[in-house]
Design a protein around this ligand. Structure first.
Ligand code: GDD
Ligand code: MN
Length: 365
């Protein structure tokens, strides 16, 4: 362990217990003789991935572990890992052996040989690379996402969706405040956040099949991809969380009307009673949807956490509703009956209020 630290390999993990020892053995074989360390950034995997990595780290000091508690997210995990090293160069590689670690030395050599080069990207879409045994469906989805992100990126990068790359640590550290850190696509985030175009090189590799554990790419991750793109394009004007919060609020209004219709029109309940029930149902619906989506990475859990969150969310919304009525009534008065405009202004005020206070008091840390 006397060599100078050249490279940190950051490995985001969630439930990759059985892959941990395999990956370290592979890194050891690929990087033997180089000054490297591996940093597992684990989001408190229930299967004990972090402990498995610590068990190895006890005797192999090239292995390090960051265990994040109460947080989720591939991109944010990578960022934290990249900030936690003294190495001048950092790589990000999946923990499930799907990326080809044998090209790491060539990636490192390229960066060391050319000081003007910023990033080396493991690419499935340059000559010699490939997606391996992917089925048609995944190839099609990946191609679509790649096309969209190439448009956002405005650079001639063949595999912007790659999660396998190597970059100078100082470059990443300097741009942390402008990273969106949402979702899976950390490379795209970095490439689009950089104030100057980064000079990159793509090296081919073939995506392997996963043999242990399961993929975490689900519909929410796909949605997060779109959210991250929105954030990159318009996030500075209207924050992405506010857009999600408002969209969920709009769905909540539909739920409210549906419940009202069922109770008042269909079951003959009194209007006021039906409205109270409809309001409660809509608020509850909004609370859970926001908890699962808008605030996914800091979602409230457990009966107690959920109950307290729900109560404070209802309180915040109650004040928001009062403000809504107040503003609408006032405008209706001074605008002499412009009812739709007044209502709309009330809704906007309530949405901003509900968003600002619930992000602070319901999901705040
Ligand atoms: N810390 C942390 N937190 N790690 C996570 C999380 C999370 O919330 N979600 C996933 N990971 C880890 C997984 O454990 C794995 O090591 C790696 O991130 C990739 O996750 P997979 O679930 O295996 O993703 P995939 O293979 O479907 O998707 C990959 O698609 C790209 C190519 O299309 C991405 O991960 C990219 O890296 C890859 O290049
Ligand atoms: Mn994978």
């Amino acid at each position: 362990m006397s060599e100078t630290l050249e490279l940190a390999v950051v490995i985001p993990t969630f439930n990759e217990l059985r892959n941990v020892p395999l990956l370290i053995a592979k890194l050891d074989a690929a990087l033997g003789g180089r000054g490297w360390e591996a940093i597992f950034v684990d989001d408190d995997s229930p299967d004990g991935t972090a402990q498995a990595a610590r068990d190895i780290a006890l005797t192999d000091r090239r292995v390090r572990v960051i265990q994040r508690i109460g947080r989720r997210g591939l991109s944010s995990a990578c960022i934290e890992g990249m900030c936690a090293t003294a190495a001048p160069v950092v790589a990000v590689i999946d923990g499930d052996l799907q990326h080809d670690e044998t090209i790491l030395p060539a990636m490192l050599n390229a960066l060391q040989a050319d000081a003007t080069l910023d990033v080396v990207i493991g690419s499935r879409f340059v000559a010699g690379g490939g997606t391996g045994e992917w089925d048609h469906d995944r190839v099609a989805k990946s191609a679509l996402a790649t096309r969209i992100s190439r448009r956002v990126l405005k650079a001639d990068l063949n595999d912007p969706m790659s999660g396998f790359f190597m970059i100078r640590s100082a470059i990443v550290r300097a741009m942390i405040p402008s990273l969106s850190a949402i979702g899976f696509k950390i490379l795209l985030d970095i490439m689009t956040a950089s104030p100057r175009p980064l000079k990159f090189l793509e090296l081919p590799y073939t995506f392997r099949l996963r043999t242990e554990g399961e993929s975490k790419l689900d519909y929410v991750v796909a949605m997060e991809f779109l959210i991250a793109l929105y954030d990159r394009m318009f996030g500075r004007i209207v924050p992405v969380r506010f857009v999600m919060f408002s969209a969920i609020g709009a769905i909540g209004a539909v739920v409210h009307l549906a419940v009202l219709w069922a109770l008042f029109r269909e079951s003959g309940l009194e209007f006021v009673a039906a409205t109270i029930v409809a309001t409660l149902v809509a608020m509850t619906f909004n609370f859970f949807l926001n908890n699962a989506l808008t605030y996914r990475e800091r979602r409230l859990k457990g009966a107690r956490g959920l109950f307290d969150g729900w109560v404070s969310f209802c309180l915040v919304c109650a004040v928001g509703a009062a403000a809504n009525v107040g503003v609408a009534a006032f405008l209706f008065e001074v605008q002499h009956g412009a009812w739709a405009l007044s209502a709309l202004a009330g809704i906007v005020v309530a949405a901003v209020w509900n968003y600002a206070l619930s992000s602070r008091f319901v999901w705040g840390r």
